[in-house]
Design a protein around this ligand. Sequence first.
Ligand SMILES: Cc1cc2nc3c(=O)[nH]c(=O)nc-3n(C[C@H](O)[C@H](O)[C@H](O)COP(=O)(O)OP(=O)(O)OC[C@H]3O[C@@H](n4cnc5c(N)ncnc54)[C@H](O)[C@@H]3O)c2cc1C
Length: 473
Amino acid sequence: MPEGQLAAILGPKGWIRTDDSAPWSRDWLERHGEPPLGVACPTSTDDVAQVMAACFRAQVPVVPQGGNTGLCGASVAGKAGAVILNLSRMAGIGVPDLAGGSVMVEAGLVLARLHDALEGTGQMFPLHLGAEGSAQIGGLIGTNAGGSQAFRYGMMAELVLGLEVVLPDGTIWNGLRGVQKDNAGYQLRKLFCGAEGTLGVVTRAVLRLHPAPRQRVTALLALPSFDAAVTFGTAARAEAGEFLQAMEFFSDPGVDLALRHVTGLVWPLESRAPVYLLVELGAGSDCVPLDAILAALLEQGMERGLVLDGTLAASGAQRAALWRLREDQPEGQRLEGPQLKHDISVPPARIAEFVARGAELCEAAVPGVRINPFGHLGDGNIHYNLTPPPGQAGFGGQDGDLALALAALASEMGGSFAAEHGLGRSKIALADALRPAAERGLHRRIKAAFDPAGLMNPGVILAEVDKYNLPIA
Ligand SMILES: Cc1cc2nc3c(=O)[nH]c(=O)nc-3n(C[C@H](O)[C@H](O)[C@H](O)COP(=O)(O)OP(=O)(O)OC[C@H]3O[C@@H](n4cnc5c(N)ncnc54)[C@H](O)[C@@H]3O)c2cc1C
């Protein structure tokens, strides 16, 4: 391998040898990652193209990496000896096009930095998630990230207008168009959204902006059941429609985990309930009576017995404190110990049914298992995460069976077993078991068309079999 070549292309700060690369080698959940040959840290698209061409000539696998917050093991090497291509040093932001509602950014830009940069422009980038302080635009595109506002503004694929991508042999594709309407052939940019670094390296993107809300109201509500949450969600869509920005649900076991392990959290309600909803409304105009809309919604909810209690954020600090109760749940559960994460989606009307049927499955397999379902009510995305029963170190060897049973249930209910985190390395077996043969065949053909040598993040999305070259079944 031309390590010397990579060092020459990237300079001393741009090529980090294996022995120095530990922080980049393992994934966020500490489940995946073999020692890489080294970490390449380019500063320009040309650097990336040269690195890709050198690796292509030497037939060395490449793993694109952003903030390394992905939850399926796709941002680290599956086998020893790959080059990790970390985009952190490509973090530039262009001048926003306020008339067209877009901005060009480099792939290594951290999402929170983009939010900060747009403050005061009257526009915003409407993607929010718990890892936004580390996750980068390239990684968000790679996973087609969703988050709390996806039901209103779409997932990453709907927020990308144009892309620049370096292909596996080092060819640069410049598709940096800044328009919403572009039907000049196949929707290539969308193919890279959710490709998890298996088709090419995203180097720049033109992102779609939306008007920033001038006012916002946020409430934390306590509810008697998931059924009540679904019914309330339907009423909220009818009453608050275009102003709804978030409807995040979580349950009491999740609150326990967060309060036990994460410092600085304060419980704001007088009592506890089975289910909670964080509801947020926003409007781009000061003339919209958001307070009155939310008040009417809550009154209606209480009259119908759907809402038991609630509190409104009276300041930005209170809003942030309410959001932390939701967003610190993954951290609370991680600190509790071993866990199984399931990133499910079902049609929103069937959330309560999934939670109940899932609980039956889990309880039968591991009596006393602690279930922490939380997620995004508006798009039916349930993070159905499990912690072993108190005093137990694991799930009695049922991990794989539980994942398959829950995934099969989601599929049977018209949903997905990989809603917003992707397949990565950890869900390929599920995909092989549950995806129709024709769909598997199409995936292999796409992979073979872009990356016939199988050098781009091998072992992610598809298992490494006969160079992905199987016929469509
Ligand atoms: C606390 C927490 C909360 C989270 N909440 C959410 C959530 O609400 N919604 C959600 O969707 N996800 C969520 N995630 C998952 C994660 O943050 C997202 O998957 C995010 O998109 C990953 O971004 P990253 O920069 O860390 O990418 P990485 O983890 O570095 O990479 C992710 C994938 O993208 C590929 N990739 C990275 N950069 C590029 C590039 N330049 N070109 C091509 N491919 C690339 C990688 O190869 C890999 O396959 C959460 C994670 C954590 C830890």
